[in-house]
Write a protein that binds this ligand. Sequence first.
Ligand SMILES: Cc1ncc(C[n+]2csc(CCOP(=O)(O)OP(=O)(O)O)c2C)c(N)n1
Ligand SMILES: [Mg+2]
Length: 551
Amino acid sequence: MLGILHAMKASHLFVRCLENEGVETIFGIPGEENIDVMDALLDSPIRFITTRHEQGAAFMADVHGRLTGRAGVCLATLGPGATNLITGVADANMDRAPVVAIAGQAATTRMHKESHQHLDLVSLFRPITKYATQIRDAEVIPEVVRKAFKVAETEKPGVSFIDFPENIAEADIDGKEPLLVQRASQPTPPVQKIQQAAQIISEAKFPVIMAGNGVIRGHAATQLVDFAEKLNIPVATTFMAKGVIPSTHELALGAVGLQARDYVMCGFDRADVIICVGYDMVEYHPHLWNKQKTSKIIHIDADPAEVDEHYIVAAGVIGEIAAALPAITALARRHPGYEFGALRETIIEELAEFAVDDGFPMKPQRIIWDLRQVLAPQDIVISDVGAHKMWVARMYQAQQPNTCIISNGFASMGIGLPGAIAAKLVFPDRVALTVVGDAGFLMNSQEIETALRIGTPIVILVWTDSEYGLITWHQMRTFGRSSHTSFKNPDLVAYAESFGAKGYRVEAASELMPILTQAIADDTVVVIDCPVDYAENMKLTEKLGKLVCPI
Ligand SMILES: Cc1ncc(C[n+]2csc(CCOP(=O)(O)OP(=O)(O)O)c2C)c(N)n1
Ligand SMILES: [Mg+2]
């Protein structure tokens, strides 16, 4: 409810503006230069979640934004508090997650000179945000906050950064009120572009759809599946679009994104027309799938295509994806059945190959298989970044959008654990589980305390190899030897227990499923130490190197 506000502190007006945007939760760490905002929050229904590192707060806002489409909010103090936000902020921005990041700042009366902890934060955040600004006068607070949320939430979403000097926050302000929240709507794509795309699809011999995260953001998964079914065209997804078509669907080809060739690429090799829907090249560069520049590309997205020599668009359908797809469906010719069945069979066989493998340490394939058996379709897996991410991305069978969260734009380690906390807050009735490497786990493991304190049960499945496994894999592929990638782990079970969380160690392959089931039933924060056999990484490289296309 908007209403005329009378004299109040600027910090209170600021918090009222956040409430007006529908903010329910802020993740962050208090500091000296944001004390007025922290104090104003005591009089607000907004829940403040105190984290143990600002990076954790930024990752929580990141995943909150991805899951809800509404800006997640994180807050830090000036200087070191703000610089600690940076990795999570950059991650959200490149993964197109709406986030508003707020930092306290030195008073405007000391910014012109050497001054304790003062940094030019707007300049620091500008390259990693869509919009970065400083509140220089309390009068502009309603405009700044409205603009920050509008920019963050508008396609393609990303981060807005607000720098809030302490002397402005404590000033009095009169007669200002939050501005009306209006959501930017997307235009319906022009009819001639729809016709052009429909004609190219009708004339295609082997069209393939590549769906990206824009489909999830545009709430167009149902329309995408309908489009694929009615026109009988197979669908590959990027890592960040997993679940837009259920993996069990007969037209689903799985996820693309490995830098190496993969089975799905056989479909792309064969294709003469590639229909990119909500596709973002930050995830999977077109030179990897259109090396010869021979594919005809249809670009269906909220925004015009990025310029790239390997992504020359034959038809660009710009506007609301959920409107574009049915409009094209209505005009295009249905394709007769093409032999993608053999490709899908090969992919399905590979998934089940190690389903009952008893080897220990566990094969990645078996871990993923067991995980899928234990989790319900709506449960949420958040992957951290490493070799485990490649296995999750390739093999985890997502059935619904936003049930497998992967960071594939900025791809920062450390997102998994804070991301699981955010997911549990957004969906308290679902299981939130993070698959995380032993290195990425320890980058933000202090947030176990946060999760316990705020009462968000999460399962943390740590794949232990005592290495930066993905880097070893890359080094072995490139040089045949690894350089400085190994380390020692603490006792992860004892570590978990020292926080008051539960800890389990998997000691045989057959133990994982019962431990996972128990961990979910425990309904608290649970760490599972699961030794993984990464000899499978190079085996995968060798197998894919010799890949013979089944179609
Ligand atoms: C913050 C950050 N630092 C470094 C990297 C580069 N990097 C990507 S994966 C990886 C190793 C991850 O190791 P771990 O968490 O143990 O997972 P594993 O690869 O062993 O499954 C590194 C160093 C990164 N993506 N993000
Ligand atoms: Mg590791």
